[in-house]
Design a protein around this ligand. Structure first.
Ligand SMILES: Nc1ncnc2c1ncn2[C@@H]1O[C@H](COP(=O)(O)OP(=O)(O)O)[C@@H](O)[C@H]1O
Ligand SMILES: [Mg+2]
Length: 317
């Protein structure tokens, strides 16, 4: 449903008298199958919004190509627009409009007749459990309610593909769960969704596949399970307080450590089997007079995948 090939975008930025280019997207390549929820997972500034804005025809790519809902992005932009729904980061409802007004207006902008627009709005309000507040101004809604209006607006033209840019960002936990449930419902109904997020648990819970974006590139792609399996083995996290440098020296030379990262207060060791090497780790540290404050062994999480692929922790970022 979406085929993206080597998509690129730079912004020219002026700072004082100097101008320079910010390479926001440096060759993004990925696909989204029909009925699939693909998550673009990345830190702030990774290029997620720029990617979505190109795929929704809002900005023109500098290079690369894409086919969206069977229409070519470069030569059939108007067709793409008819076939997609787009919910921007932060939403687009007006404070003083009601949900019903927003939905009707959105439908009218797609050229839908007045009567049909009213009907679609009523149906959308029911689907998104908004009927009770339908005629109240949007500024009186909770964050989750208001974001539900945004998503309902994105679906008013009955699109083949829905683009959701950080739909849960800025919401309280209840609002986030609320919106996640809406995405799960859409997924169950077979909607094709491209969603961006910087929440790992959200990508894990909502997405059939995840593309990890870092500095404008897709650095890894797969189902959450595939990605976790790619980061072979377990992760041992040691809290070391002051003895991190000494421990790092020992662990860097250890044959059982495949990869090593320093954390705020210790080390993160990538090993084949945490339970098996733990006694050896303790023994080797003990030989140097180092006793860890804390020890944790865990199976890879999506954050470990992110760390391994992007070179930094998304949670820490
Ligand atoms: N209109 C713009 N002008 C200049 N730089 C921009 C503009 N929009 C985004 N950028 C820069 O492009 C990079 C990617 O931004 P963005 O696509 O918004 O990332 P994300 O959505 O993943 O946080 C960032 O470095 C950002 O500062
Ligand atoms: Mg963004």
């Amino acid at each position: 449903m979406i085929e993206v090939s080597d998509l690129r975008k730079s912004y020219r930025v002026r700072l004082g008298r100097k101008t320079f280019d910010v390479d926001a997207v440096r060759g993004a390549t990925f696909n989204v199958q029909k009925g699939e929820v693909l998550g673009l997972l990345g830190a702030n500034g990774a290029g997620k919004t720029t990617t979505i804005r190109m795929l929704t025809t809002l900005i023109r790519p500098d290079g690369g190509s894409a086919v969206v809902a069977d229409a070519d992005l470069a030569t059939e932009a108007a067709v793409v627009r008819q076939r997609i729904g787009y919910v921007s980061q932060g939403g687009c409802t007006q404070d003083n409009s009601t949900a019903r007004e927003e939905l009707i207006l959105q439908a009218r902008m797609f050229g839908i007749s007045k009567a049909e627009a009213r009907e679609r709005a009523t149906r959308a309000l029911e689907t998104f459990h908004l009927t009770d507040y339908a005629d109240r101004r949007c500024k009186t809604y909770s964050g989750g309610q208001r974001r539900r209006v945004d998503i309902a607006m994105g679906l008013i033209n009955e699109p083949k593909v829905l683009f959701l840019d950080e739909p849960t960002a800025g919401l309280d936990p209840a609002g986030r769960i609320d919106i996640q449930n809406e995405v799960k419902r859409l997924r169950a109904e077979g909607m094709t969704v491209l969603i961006t997020t910087h929440y790992l648990e959200e990508a894990d819970a909502l997405c059939d596949r995840v593309a990890i974006v870092e500095q404008g590139r897709v650095v890894a792609e797969g189902t959450p399970d595939e990605l976790k399996n790619e980061v072979a083995g377990d992760v041992v996290t040691l809290g070391l307080n002051g003895s991190t440098p000494a421990a790092e020296k020992i662990m860097t030379g250890a044959a059982y450590v495949t990869k090593l990262e320093t954390t705020d207060d210790g080390l993160r060791l990538f090993v084949e089997s945490g339970n098996r090497v733990l006694p050896t780790i303790l023994h080797d540290l003990d030989d140097a007079g180092i006793v860890p404050d804390t020890i944790e062994v865990h199976r890879p999480s999506l954050d470990d995948v992110f760390l391994a692929k992007a070179g930094r922790s998304l949670t820490a970022a």
